[in-house]
Write a protein that binds this ligand. Sequence first.
Ligand code: ASP
Length: 324
Amino acid sequence: MNNDLPELGEFPENWKRMHLLGLEELTREELLILLDKAQVFRNAFDEGRRKFSFLSGHTSVTLFFENSTRTRTSFALAAQRLGASSVAFTASTSSLSKGESVVDTAKNLEAMGCESMIVRHSTPGIPQLLTEHVKCSIINAGDGAHEHPTQGLLDILTMRQRLGNLEGKTVGVVGDIAHSRVARSNAWGLKKLGANVIMCGPATLVSRRWEELGVEFSHCLDDILPRVDVLNMLRIQFERQYTSPFPSIAEYSFLYGMNRDRLRAAKENLLIIAPGPINRGVELTPEVADGPQSAILDQVSNGLAVRMAVMWLTDGARTRIQCL
Ligand code: ASP
């Protein structure tokens, strides 16, 4: 089965999930399977081996009800590189505007024949809901402020490549913690791998939901700077807020923006990541975003590898479950 890419090895016995809804539900072992397989796809990508036939004859639909640049494109590319065809559903030009429900939309798309749906929606839980109504694999590409599992995976893969084992490493997640699905997926994944996580942001944007997971909280970036090995700089999710959480962008940037002066106070080999889109001059100054410590574009390449691994694994599990 893996003749295309022998390094993938046999399909992992312990991978049994035909859907990927979040990192919260994964065991540490499942998380490691995903990261290891993603690394195989990343190595192949770097060596110029980019086209495989694992999912040949399959169709994958990207069902996005919110905007996206990286996630949607990389899922479409991942499908194509695995030999599948990818079809994009665009909410704004669909019959949703005529009153069709999300579930009916998904059932109709599945009736045309597809093996996976990549779902992004502003309401938490929509991907989970769809698993109860369709037979294809459902992959969560971001559900409201709940989870964005493939972003969490690509962030962690990038950290693992640069820092090795993450056990005992300290990761600061900075910014709009309260509304960020990326922060949630990072927290679930990183804690399972033994990393220390510090959520840092203004009091109005920090949710204490993970206290029981052992996540630390801080409202002062300057305080945590000397301790962190990685900073994940989040965007402020204005689209999920009804009132302004701080007096001005300039003030936010002054207190929580990463700039050249703050780099001097940090560990010498601090790794800077950001999920994108970045707002230059707000959470990161251009010299930091484009500087040697930033892995932002490398994250994007890892995103493709992660999505190939997720599609390969969930499809393998689906085939096994549906053949029983
Ligand atoms: N692209 C990420 C997401 O969809 C982060 C962001 O939008 O700021 O959650």
